[in-house]
Structures are given as C-alpha cells and as structure tokens.
Design a protein. Structure first.
Length: 319
C-alpha cells in the first residue's frame, strides 16, 4: 500500500496514536469502520498469544465491516516498541506481524531498520516516532515511509519543538509522509496540520475519551474535567519526558509540583507500587477541548463536520 492509497481509504487524514493500556480491539475496529486509522500497541495484549488473538479478531471484524458499508474501511495499525534481539516479546510480536501482515506498523523508541525491511517485504507501511531533527534524519535513513513528529503539547512521551518549525524543517529534507502530533483535537486543527505541510493529523487524547477506549471511568472523567494547565510534563513518572494529568497524580497521593527525582537514567522516581499509564494517566495539551465521551463513530462524524466547516470558512476568507 502506498501513502496515496492510504489517503484514499480515509474519510479524514487522521491516524490515532497508540495509547498504552487504552487502545484495544473495539477502538481499532470502530475507528476503521468510521474511516480513520487507530493503532494499538502490541504490548496492550499481555502475551504474544493474546496479541495473536487480537490480530485475528481485528482482521475478521474489519473484513465483516467492509461487506456492509458504502465507504472503505480504513486500514488498522500496530505499534511496535523496538527493543532489539535481546527482547523475546519484541521478537515474538514482530514474527506475528510478519504472519498477519497489518497494513501499517508504527515503531517507537529504537532503531526501526530491521522492522522496516520485514514489513516492506509484505507490502506494509512503517511510520516512526521522532522528536528531533536528528532522529528524523536517522529514521529517514532507515527507510521508513512516514515520520511522526512529536511536538510540544503532544500526549504521552512528548517533544519540545514548535510544530510550525519542526514540520517546515523536516519537510526541507524529507518528501515522505509527515504525521503531526501535538494538541490536535478538532477538525479545524486537522486542517491546520495539513496547511503546515503534514499529510496526517496524529491524535491521541481525543480518542482516549471515547466509549470504545479501555480508559477507566475515572480517567475519562479527568479527560473531560482537566484543562491545559493541568498537564504536567516530567521525566520523573515514566523515566522519559512525558505528559500526565495533574488530577491523576494527586489521586495516588503524589504532589505534581514536588515529584520524587529520577533514581537513574530512564528510572522513574515514583514509588515502585505505582506505574505510569496504569496508575498515573496521560493527556496532551488538547485535553482542554474535550467535553464529552462519545462513541468513536460520533466523534469521527463530528471531526468531519468541523473539518469541512473550517475548509469552507477558509475558502470564503480568501475569495
């Protein structure tokens, strides 16, 4: 599948980011049915055996959906954390990806070169997370099809670059697909991402706040009630710079303004019984635009309306 073929299968240029412990089978299938891509981390399935069952179910349910609707079903994506040959789980998940051939693989953290080769062998696309120009250049050299630019305000493991500057400077040296991540929560922002030079908007928090996500009810309530001022960016919770909701930090008895320092490189300082993502929840700066917890189909239709309205207003303003 080419990038142009991918675009033709979407009702909006949207790819929803993989969210640890939040993305699941129902979220993936319902988003694909609605016409946008949602990705799921392979490790959200707790074992390779469960991951294989998820791959089979996603493929079956998406195929069934394709027989019963007029617009195309969007392809699904699998997120693979690149850990190298020392990780039995990474090797097992990569083997299952080769077996079941998901159309898109999103790689995170490590060097994606071997994954790129193996996914390209069956005709899939590989997109890779980057937060700096140096990492973007390295991923491009590895042969990825798309670069996911993590900019200031992106949820989860995040970046610090201004999106205008990052997109423009990556585009000067890269003619592949660009996916822009960072506080994109409505249709107007999707259009703005395209206007900057991105091919796709990369959205996370807005899809966490849907009925099909695996987010606990208390997490969903915070996604509605918390604002941009409640997003804390710190390396002290996960060991890497990431965004967390102030309300989720206080609920486990920690002070967001006085978190325990990291113990060592990539070693968080929070008590061992607490875990990032499981006990302390993430969102990006776009959380302040979230007012409800709709079904995915309703959210996508809303985004389509907002996107079309923004396009019409733009045309009218330059006419």
């Amino acid at each position: 599948m080419s990038i142009e073929e991918l675009k033709a299968r979407l009702v909006l240029p949207v790819i929803a980011a993989p969210m640890f412990l939040v993305s699941g089978v129902d979220l993936v299938v319902e988003a694909c049915r609605a016409g946008v891509v949602v990705s799921v981390p392979s490790v959200n399935a707790r074992t390779p055996e469960e991951f294989e069952a998820w791959l089979i179910e996603i493929e079956r349910r998406c195929a069934e959906a394709a027989d019963g609707q007029s617009h195309p079903v969007a392809p699904h994506a699998i997120n693979l954390i690149v850990q190298g040959p020392q990780s039995p789980r990474f090797l097992a998940d990569l083997a299952l990806i080769e077996k079941y051939r998901p159309p898109i693989v999103i790689t995170s953290v490590g060097q994606p070169g071997d994954v790129v080769r193996r996914v390209h062998d069956y005709g899939g696309l590989v997109f890779h997370d980057v937060a700096t120009l140096r990492h973007a250049a390295k991923a491009a050299e590895a042969g990825v099809d798309g670069l996911i630019l993590l900019t200031a305000g992106a949820g989860g493991h995040t970046g610090t670059a201004n999106p205008f500057a990052f997109v423009a400077q990556v585009r000067r040296q890269w003619d592949g697909a660009i996916l822009l991540a960072g506080a994109i929560g409505d249709g107007r922002s999707i259009l703005a991402a395209q206007a900057m030079g991105a091919d796709f908007a990369y959205m996370g928090s807005r899809f966490a706040a849907t009925q099909e996500s695996l987010a606990p009810d208390a997490y969903r309530a915070l996604l509605v009630s918390q604002q941009m001022k409640d997003v804390v960016t710190t390396e002290r919770i996960s060991g890497m710079s990431a965004t967390f909701l102030r309300g989720s930090i206080t609920r486990v008895g920690l002070d967001p303004d006085d978190l325990p320092p990291t113990k060592a490189f990539l070693q968080p300082g929070i008590p061992d019984e607490l875990k990032a993502w499981r006990d302390i929840w993430s969102a990006g700066h776009g959380v302040g635009t979230i007012d409800d917890i709709p079904p995915v189909a309703v959210l996508v239709e809303r985004l389509r309306f907002e996107y079309a309205e923004a396009k019409a207003q733009l045309r009218a303003s330059v006419a």
